[in-house]
Design a protein around this ligand. Structure first.
Ligand code: 5AD
Ligand code: FES
Length: 349
């Protein structure tokens, strides 16, 4: 088990020693979860959000965003595309809403997605904090993975990037992660890297938090400032984008050493900094990628951060583009396979 001081050292590596770390992570990945990269078709089905996270472009108070809700037909079409193209899994993501109408809607969608794909499509949800009953209901209707990033495992930092109130409670977020595990989901969490006020010790603690929580999946991307958010005022205090990018790759590499058999996503935010960002993550420790299937008209209204890629490319273009990039990077796509977290099955048995 790596200790905190050693993790901090690894996160700070540069030059040749860093290259060695990244190389080791790649080897461990290939030995443990294999060379394949798995697709999760991402459908950002609504940007309506009841929360006001201080970093996020679709926060409730941002009135520059046109709010949308994709229709059932649009969502099901995107899922059908994923199924026909052998993606094997989709991720349904949205702003956080906990009304009964929303809960029912997601429930209905889950059943319809299972139906249209002969029960073949795997479904991951990324719809924020919900009650235990809601998580249970959605699980029974067909969702089997859930993504809920902790954003930062340091309570003080958490409240520097979220308003400190009941709606944004650190305690409730931790509880929600517990509910997800108890319900039986494969649980994914993660953090943003390069946040204002964030230290190397914070990041080391984030990795230890993942280990302690015994997560199945992880998504970590660089923090990218968004002009219409309160955190933008600290833009001059940030590491450069390149530094945030490099540090994110170090985080992925160290996590792969610590938790060799989990699934780690190549976050889309990496590509907002480097055009080959996601492939670079795949050639380090990541093994999951999320091609965007959101209907094109909505994409510009789902900009959590600036320079989000693929705004004009439709599902077909993103698929072709990613396929070419992944093959160029020397990996193979696990078409038609769920590519579930190996860690999850070990933890269950
Ligand atoms: N920069 C980078 N990532 C962000 N997210 C939200 N806003 C930003 C931002 N400004 C991430 C959060 C969230 C995920 C869906 O997107 O970590 O969990
Ligand atoms: Fe969308 Fe390349 S992945 S354009």
């Amino acid at each position: 088990m790596l200790d905190k001081q050693y993790i901090i050292k690894l996160l700070q590596l540069s030059g040749e020693k860093r290259t060695k770390l990244l190389q080791r992570s790649k080897e461990i990945k290939e030995e443990t979860v294999g060379k394949k990269v798995y697709f999760r078709g991402l459908v950002e089905f609504s940007n309506i959000c009841s929360k006001d996270c201080l970093y996020c472009g679709i926060r409730k108070s941002n009135t520059n965003v046109v709010r949308y809700q994709a229709t059932d037909e649009e969502i099901l079409d995107a899922c059908r595309f994923a199924w026909k193209n052998n993606f094997a899994s989709v991720v349904l993501q949205s702003g956080e809403i906990s009304s009964l109408a929303f809960i029912k809607r997601v429930d209905g969608l889950l059943k319809k997605i299972k139906q249209l794909s002969n029960n073949e499509l795997g479904i991951t949800l990324s719809c924020g904090e919900q009650s235990k009953d809601t998580y249970k209901r959605w699980f029974e209707s067909g969702a089997h993975r859930f993504l809920l990033r902790i954003e930062s495992s340091n309570r003080d930092l958490y409240y520097k990037i979220h308003p400190e109130n009941d709606k944004h409670s650190f305690k409730k977020r931790i509880e929600a992660l517990g509910f997800l595990k108890e319900t039986g989901y494969q649980v994914g969490t993660g953090v943003m890297v390069g946040l204002p006020f964030q230290t190397y010790a914070d990041l080391a603690n984030d990795l230890l938090f993942f280990k302690q929580l015994d997560i199945d999946m992880c998504g970590m991307g660089p923090y990218i400032e968004h002009e219409d958010t309160p955190l933008y005022q600290y833009q001059n205090q940030l590491k450069t984008k390149q530094e945030r990018f490099d540090l994110t790759l170090n985080m992925i590499a160290v996590l792969r050493l610590m938790m060799p058999d989990i699934n780690i996503a190549a976050a889309t935010a990496l590509q907002a900094i480097d055009p080959a960002g996601r492939e670079k993550a795949l050639s380090v420790g990541a093994n999951i990628i999320m091609p965007n299937l959101t209907p094109c008209d909505y994409r510009k209204e789902y900009q959590l951060y600036e320079d989000k890629p693929c705004l004009d490319e439709d599902a077909e273009l993103c698929r072709n583009c990613l396929e070419a990039r992944i093959e160029l990077a020397g990996s193979e796509i696990g078409y038609g396979e769920w590519g579930d977290s190996k860690h999850f099955y070990k933890r269950k048995s």
